[in-house]
Design a binder for this molecule. Structure first.
Ligand SMILES: [Zn+2]
Length: 422
C-alpha cells in the first residue's frame, strides 16, 4: 500500500522511545496516541497526561517502573481530550491521589446530557474514520501525530475526574521540583501547561506538536479560537524554554529550536487568519481562498508545519465559519437545491447520466471525479467501487493522516454497500 513519503517519515516522530529530558525527568513517546511525562521528586513522582487507553498506560508505566519505584503522588492533565485523560486508573496504582487540571476542564468522556440535542452518532462515525479505526494495518499507518499501530484495549476506560481544579496560574512544588501551572488556551480552551523554571522545560500539551496545528479536526470540532492559540504560542515562546515536551511527537531540545518551532507555528496560524480575512474582505469565495492558500516561503518548508495533522485549507474554512458563520457572502447560497435536484440538473447538462459517468471516467482531476461520483450516487448509479478506487488513489498521495484515514474508511464503507447489493 502506498503512502505519502513525508507521512511515512513522520513515523520517526512517534517511534516508541523513553526520552530523558533532564536527570529525573522523562517523556514516553510512541506507546500511545499521546505522550506521557514523568517528573521524579524526592520520594514520589508526578505524571503529566495519561494516554487514551488503559493498555497504553500500563505499557508506559511498566517502562517508567524500570527507572524508579517511587510512588505516583499526583497526575496533572494538560487538557481534556480523550487521548490524554484515559489512563489515570493505571497511573494512580490504586491510590487516591490528586488529579490537577484547569478549572475549565470539560471531559469529552462525560456522558452528554440527553436533553441536549447534538449529532453524537455523526461525531462517533467521523471520529472512527479520522483515526482509521477498523482499517487494516497497511492503511492505518499514522494518526498524524501518533502511531497508527497502538494498543486499543481499555479505550477511554481509565478516566478519573480531576480533584483539584486550578483557577489561577500558580507555582507548585512537585516534591522538590519547582513547577508553574499556566493557563494556555489553544487547541482547547482548557489547556494548562506545566513549566519547570529550574530545568527550563515546558510541557505544552497539544498547543504544539510536530505537525501543522489541528485548527479544525475533521471529526467535527467547534470553532477553536485561532487568535487565542496564536497568543498562547507567543506567551510560551517568551518563557525561553530549553526543552519542549509536546503532547504528541518527540521533544524539541535547544532554546533556539524551541523558540523557532513555537513562533513559526504562531506565524502559520496568523497567516491563515490574515489570508482568509483578506480574501473575505475582497469578497472572494471560500473555494478560491482555500485553493490559493499556502504558507509564506519563510516557513513553508519547516518540517513541523507539514500538514500531517491539521491542514491550512480546512483551517481557512473553520476561521471563516468561526468569525462570519456559514454564509459566504454569495447570495446564490441563500437558496437551496436538494442533492437529487442538483444531480438531475448536472446529468441533464452533461447530456444524460451515461455521459456524466463518462466525464467522471475521463477526467484526471480526482477531486472533480469525486464530485461527479457524488451526483451519480444520488441518481442511484452503482459507482461505489469507482468512487472507492478514487478515494484510495487520493489517500495514497495524501500527506494528512486524518484525510488519508477518512478516505480509506469511506472506500471501505462504499465497498460494503456495493457488496450488499450484489
Ligand atoms: Zn492530543
Amino acid at each position: 500500500m502506498n503512502a505519502h513519503p513525508d507521512l511515512i517519515a513522520q513515523g520517526e516522530q512517534t517511534r516508541k522511545d523513553i526520552i530523558e529530558l533532564a536527570p529525573g525527568i522523562w517523556t514516553a513517546v510512541g506507546y500511545a496516541a499521546s505522550t506521557v511525562h514523568m517528573i521524579e521528586g524526592a520520594t514520589t513522582v508526578t505524571i503529566i497526561d495519561t494516554t487514551e487507553t488503559t493498555q497504553g498506560a500500563e505499557n508506559i508505566l511498566a517502562e517508567f517502573r524500570k527507572l524508579t519505584d517511587k510512588p505516583v503522588a499526583r497526575i496533572i492533565l494538560t487538557h481534556s481530550h480523550r487521548d490524554h485523560i484515559s489512563g489515570a486508573t493505571i497511573f494512580n496504582e490504586g491510590q487516591d491521589i490528586p488529579i490537577l487540571a484547569s478549572h475549565l476542564f470539560k471531559s469529552d468522556l462525560v456522558d452528554v446530557d440527553d436533553t441536549i440535542i447534538a449529532p453524537n452518532a455523526a461525531l462517533m462515525r467521523r471520529t472512527k474514520m479520522q483515526f482509521g479505526i477498523g482499517l487494516p494495518d497497511d492503511q492505518r499507518i499514522s494518526l498524524g501525530v501518533g502511531p497508527g499501530d497502538r494498543p486499543m484495549k481499555g479505550m477511554g476506560a481509565g478516566f478519573l475526574p480531576p480533584t483539584d481544579l486550578i483557577e489561577q496560574d500558580c507555582d507548585i512544588d512537585l516534591d522538590g521540583v519547582s513547577a508553574r501551572l499556566i493557563h494556555a488556551p489553544g487547541e482547547t480552551d482548557d489547556h494548562m501547561v506545566v513549566w519547570l523554571p529550574d530545568h527550563e522545560i515546558l510541557f505544552c500539551g497539544d498547543n504544539w506538536y510536530h505537525a501543522f496545528p489541528n485548527l479544525y479536526a475533521i471529526r467535527g470540532t467547534p470553532y477553536r479560537d485561532f487568535q487565542a492559540w496564536a497568543n498562547t504560542l507567543t506567551m510560551l515562546s517568551e518563557l525561553n524554554a530549553k526543552t519542549l515536551a509536546a503532547g504528541h511527537t518527540r521533544p524539541v531540545f535547544g532554546a533556539q529550536n524551541v523558540h523557532e518551532v513555537l513562533t513559526t507555528t504562531r506565524d502559520a496560524i496568523v497567516h491563515v487568519m490574515q489570508f482568509t480575512a483578506d480574501g473575505l474582505d475582497k469578497g472572494l469565495s471560500l473555494d478560491d481562498i482555500c485553493s490559493t492558500l499556502s504558507l509564506p516561503d519563510a516557513i513553508a518548508n519547516k518540517p513541523w508545519l507539514k500538514e500531517f495533522y491539521g491542514k491550512a485549507s480546512w483551517s481557512a474554512r473553520a476561521f471563516a465559519v468561526g468569525t462570519l458563520g456559514w454564509y459566504d457572502g454569495n447570495p446564490t447560497h441563500l437558496g437551496t437545491l436538494s442533492s437529487s435536484t442538483r444531480a438531475a440538473h448536472m446529468a441533464q447538462l452533461a447530456g444524460g447520466v451515461d455521459k456524466l459517468l463518462h466525464k467522471a471516467e475521463q477526467t484526471d482531476d480526482m477531486q472533480w471525479r469525486l464530485e461527479i461520483c457524488d451526483h451519480l450516487l444520488v441518481l442511484n448509479e452503482p459507482v461505489e467501487e469507482f468512487k472507492a478506487q478514487t478515494l484510495e488513489a487520493l489517500a495514497e498521495v495524501e500527506i494528512n493522516a486524518t484525510a488519508r484515514n477518512t478516505y480509506f474508511s469511506a472506500a471501505q464503507q462504499l465497498r460494503q454497500i456495493a457488496n450488499s447489493r450484489s
